[in-house]
Design a protein around this ligand. Structure first.
Ligand code: FAD
Length: 498
């Protein structure tokens, strides 16, 4: 039986960067992945002549060689930059609120402010005030939270102390009264799956700051390219990866990790585990109940799981313009009542009341699909529970029925899109449960409510040698989870050296 320094469970973003960081430091790393490819959400699949991107709509934090973002530095340190090509997006996002507004913002602060002011001249002062605050606040968040200034004080960082506990709606209300403008400023709430009234302003500030300052980018070849590059790096560094090899148990004795048992029953001795499975799965499914510390038990009792998603992956037999797609990231809404839009996530069916996002990479990268075609992902957030109530015998019928309804809703924005479908695949919350192993198929970890923000619940080891990394122990999204793996690996190294 080979003893490994570390067993990493799960080759999602965080599992891959954790394994790459530790193997680079010379540790003997074994990475176990249940699926037969690396990436978790960061993967692709093929249908006909299309290779479909599963998850990535907009990558944040890359920046340019002249103005590098934090993720560029992270990937550089891991040694994978030569394998990657980034294509900056020309739009921050387009928002259509049916019969009310159709507006596109560009990833440039002065353009964002001027375009919003052009549409909402009566809110000129508020728009300027909101973005001034957002930028100044987030610069203080960087110093306090990310750079961990040892001399943090209320006097030195007044905005941090004043706004870190506020929700996004509260802060917007301080500057803006037009509900249509609030809606135009709120699409990023869908990237964490909670309405602005429950979203930490710090999270909204992080997204606006990161996407505007470092541009939203697309990865040539899709997110699978990044996952493959990281997996290759783990192997080049001397690590081992086993695919189609799930972990079924983390063995704990006397409060310390002793081994990991695979789904085939093999026991692998180790003193360190980094779990990229969800925190819930790690403590509730992979461990004997008796070993779960009380603090984690309480957290699990109170926590609820984030929404999952219902997605149509479509290969169209035409250029994007033929169906009216002019921007890469399109948020489609029928109302300015964000609470109603988010409440629709609890309903299994889809109609025009659901908020949807359509993304199309071909606008900046025509090579993303065969010449004369384009690839489109149409996604709406949905909780998994209603899907768990569908009897298995009715699942396929229900999936196609809902997909048909979603297409009807999409045709209100992109007439004729249905007639151009050459390939289509549908992902439901059950699909995400199957491929990610998350409870109810959640794609954003635990619900990202302000009260559960990582400002309050730091990621730490509760059992000696056991660490969690990924979307369930911090902010979700590509940039945060890729960073989470690196930070967790560093925590392990620090505690091992202590
Ligand atoms: C449809 C969709 C759209 C998205 N759009 C964006 C976007 O535009 N921008 C953005 O930044 N983010 C986006 N995200 C979110 C982003 O993809 C995720 O936050 C991120 O990829 C999660 O990474 P993770 O490290 O938590 O691992 P996950 O992706 O959750 O992967 C976990 C891995 O662990 C494996 N695993 C689980 N249990 C076991 C076990 N017992 N044994 C072995 N292996 C196991 C799974 O098979 C999986 O490979 C999107 C997600 C989805 C699903």
């Amino acid at each position: 039986m080979q003893l490994y320094d570390v067993v990493v469970i799960g080759a999602g973003n965080a599992g891959l960067t954790a394994a790459a960081t530790l193997s680079k430091k010379g540790m003997d790393v074994l990475l176990l992945e249940r699926h037969n490819i690396p990436g978790g959400s960061a993967t692709s699949f093929c249908r006909g002549r299309f290779e479909f991107e599963v998850a990535l709509h907009q990558l944040s934090g890359i920046g340019t060689p002249k103005k590098p973002g934090p993720l560029r530095s992270t990937l550089d340190q891991l040694g994978v930059m030569d394998d990657l090509e980034f294509v900056p997006m020309t739009d921050l996002y387009r928002v259509v609120v049916k019969d009310q507004i159709d507006i596109t913002l560009k990833p440039d602060l002065s353009q964002v402010i001027s375009e919003l002011t052009r549409h909402f001249p009566h809110e000129k002062e508020g728009i300027k005030g909101f973005f001034d605050l957002l930028y100044n606040f987030f610069l203080q968040v960087i110093s306090v939270f990310y750079l961990k200034d040892p001399e943090t004080s209320r006097e030195k960082y007044p905005l941090y102390f004043q706004y870190a506990l506020k929700d996004t709606r509260q802060v917007m209300a301080q500057f803006i009264s037009d509900p249509l403008l609030v809606t135009v400023l709120s699409p990023y709430a869908t990237y964490v799956g909670v309405p602005p009234s429950k979203m930490a302003f710090a999270d909204m500030a992080a997204m606006f700051f990161s996407y505007i300052e470092f541009l939203p980018v697309h990865l040539k070849g899709g997110s699978q390219t990044l996952s493959n590059a990281l997996a290759n790096k783990v192997i080049q560094n001397g690590g081992t990866i086993r695919y189609s090899c799930g972990a079924s148990k983390i063995v704990v004795e006397d409060g310390e990790v002793r081994s990991v048992i695979t789904e085939t029953g093999e026991e692998i001795p180790t003193r360190h585990v980094i779990s990229n499975a969800s925190k819930y799965a790690t403590y509730v499914e992979l461990m004997d109940d008796i070993h779960v510390p009380e603090i984690v038990r309480n957290e699990m009792r109170q926590a609820s799981h984030s929404p999952s998603a219902f997605t149509l992956y479509m290969g169209l037999d035409c250029e994007p313009s033929a169906v009216g797609i002019t921007e890469s990231s399109n948020f489609l809404l029928s109302t300015t009542d964000m609470e109603t839009t988010f409440n629709r996530m609890k309903v299994l069916d889809i109609d025009e009341r659901d908020g949807m996002m359509l993304s199309c990479y071909n606008l900046m990268d025509p090579s993303f699909s065969p010449p004369g075609t384009c690839q489109v992902a149409l996604v709406t957030l949905k909780y998994g529970k209603p899907w768990l109530r569908v009897p298995p015998t009715q699942y396929a019928e229900e999936k196609y029925r809902v997909a048909d309804n979603m297409l009807k809703a999409a045709e209100l924005y992109f007439p004729g899109i249905r007639n151009h479908i050459e390939e289509i695949e549908i992902a439901t919350p059950i699909t995400h449960m199957r491929y990610l192993g998350t409870p109810t198929g959640s794609i954003y970890g635990f619900e990202n409510f302000l009260k559960d923000s990582e400002l309050f619940i730091p990621n730490q080891a509760h059992i000696r040698g056991l660490y969690c990394a990924g979307g369930s122990v911090g902010l979700c999204g590509f940039q945060p989870t890729l960073d989470s793996g690196v930070q967790t690996a560093r925590m392990l190294l620090r505690e091992k050296a202590a």
